[in-house]
Design a protein around this ligand. Structure first.
Ligand code: SF4
Length: 380
């Protein structure tokens, strides 16, 4: 057993490859791609978790963030047919739906009584809906819920809207912003490596286009998140490459708020033969993300995909956020997720407290929220 001391507890590992990494973490030095690979390849999960927890506590102390949000998926009609997906449908098949605007606005209020601070809006790449439909959707939400933050549409969707509307990405984003969008979710990044992307989602924009769209979003003043879909046909090198590319863009723009590793759910997808990820893989992914993405303020363990139990444990392995109440989740439940559709605010607080952390309700921009039963205030 090898070890080194710090002021809290001794670092111990039975893998000598982790010792130089531990020294770098103690000195707050950036890890290399080789370090990232060593972290993925070691079986000493407790040592990796210990290191990630050092970074997490240095950045956030005991605080663990959550929010009270609601997902809205206006349509599942999609032209892309990604092999990784159980959500998208051709428009003429059973189960395909597209909400009328009134229906989407109504969905924003149904099923939850506490005031939500965020609408998280994503959907499929609909071949016929014009950009104006989405701009009207935002305007209607802003008018009806002026205090609720609109976090809407992934880089993939924005690139699709732009192409259909014959606008540049920048023009499209500016129109979305003008109609009320305040930030963007991080989906559609999947895995940037072309070898993998061409198999799991060959009709989506490629990795460089995803990064370029994120760059423009940050330039026009929209913060975003970033994701990585893992646990399918990618390898350790692909995951490290993905993280390092995100880190490089963040050095330039500082526009990413949060990184969310998403575990692949194979049920009902064209990759259904693949196994699901294990708890060890999920926990390690959180920890490696925290260690490699030194310039990302937050690492989220999305309880819908990780399960509430693994998300709770991950708060001691590098994560500082477990996402929100969600209320109604379609995308991962179509892919066989057995987690609840939504959790109540008090459920999230309990998960966090039992992990020994201090729950802090945040808005989308990570500002503290204080609330009573029917309204909330954001600290600015
Ligand atoms: S992952 Fe997104 S783009 Fe791909 S088929 Fe599903 S909804 Fe469409």
């Amino acid at each position: 057993m090898f070890g080194s001391e710090n002021k809290h507890r001794p670092f111990q590992t039975d893998d000598p490859r982790l010792l130089p990494i531990a020294d770098k973490v103690a000195r707050q030095e950036r890890l290399t791609s080789e370090d990232g690979l060593a972290l993925y390849q070691t079986s000493d999960i407790l040592a990796v978790g210990w290191l990630a927890n050092q970074v997490r506590e240095r950045m956030h102390g005991d605080v663990a963030y959550f929010n009270v949000n609601r997902h809205i998926n206006p349509t599942n009609v999609c032209v892309a047919a990604c092999r990784l997906c159980a959500f998208g449908r051709r428009k003429d098949v059973p189960g395909a739906y597209t909400m009328a605007l009134e229906e989407a606005w109504r969905a924003a209020t149904s099923g939850y009584t506490e005031a939500v601070t965020e609408f998280h809006i994503v959907g499929g790449l609909h071949p016929d809906l014009p950009l104006e439909y989405f701009l009207d959707l935002f305007r209607g939400l802003r008018e009806r819920f002026p205090k609720v933050h609109l976090k809407a549409f992934t880089m993939v969707e924005v690139a699709f809207f732009a192409k259909r509307a014959k606008l540049s990405i920048r023009e499209t984003l500016l129109k979305m912003k003008e109609a009320g969008v305040q930030s963007m979710p991080g989906g559609g990044a999947e895995i940037f490596a072309e070898r993998v992307r061409s198999i799991i989602c060959d009709h989506k924009i490629d990795g460089n286009e995803w990064l370029e769209t994120a760059r423009i979003a940050h330039e026009v003043g929209l913060k975003s998140n970033a994701t990585m879909l893992y646990g399918h046909i990618e390898n350790d090198e692909d995951r490290v490459d993905h993280l390092v590319k995100l880190r490089a863009l963040q050095d330039e723009t500082h526009g990413f708020q949060c990184f969310i590793p998403l575990s692949f759910h194979p049920a009902n997808t064209m990759l259904e033969h693949l196994p699901t990820t294990t708890g060890m893989q999920d926990i390690k992914q959180i920890a490696v993300s925290r260690l490699v993405l030194d310039n990302f303020p937050h690492i989220k363990s999305y309880w819908q995909m990780m399960t509430p139990k693994v998300a709770q444990i991950s708060l001691c392995f590098g994560a500082d956020d477990i996402d929100g109440t969600v209320v109604e989740e379609k995308i991962y439940h179509d892919a066989g997720a057995t987690t609840p559709q939504g959790l109540r605010r008090h459920d999230l607080i309990r998960l966090i407290k039992e992990a020994g952390r201090e729950p802090l309700e945040r808005d989308t921009l990570y500002r503290r929220v204080t609330r009573d039963e029917t309204s909330f205030t954001v600290a600015v």
